[in-house]
Design a protein around this ligand. Structure first.
Ligand SMILES: [Zn+2]
Length: 76
């Protein structure tokens, strides 16, 4: 897998904290599995992880608290 940013062929499995701002709240998801470039620290999520994040965000939208922090591995 090549880095989209610096083209280095050195993406390592890692975890990252995903942060996004939605209409009425901020969402932080900790320990999201990703690939991280060892050259420039660019982070890439796999398609299945992005799908899962979408699901999590949809659920959070219904809860609608101001700031939402959760652990990826504990998402239901
Ligand atoms: Zn890179």
């Amino acid at each position: 897998m090549k880095c989209l940013l610096c083209k280095a062929d050195d993406m390592q499995p890692s975890t990252n904290t995903y942060f996004t701002q939605m209409k009425n709240c901020y969402v932080i998801i900790e320990n999201v599995p990703c690939f991280k470039c060892s050259q420039c620290n660019e982070v890439i999520y796999s398609a299945s992880v992005l799908e899962r994040i979408d699901e999590i965000l949809e659920n959070i939208e219904k809860i609608a608290s101001k700031i939402f922090i959760m652990d990826y591995s504990r998402a239901s």
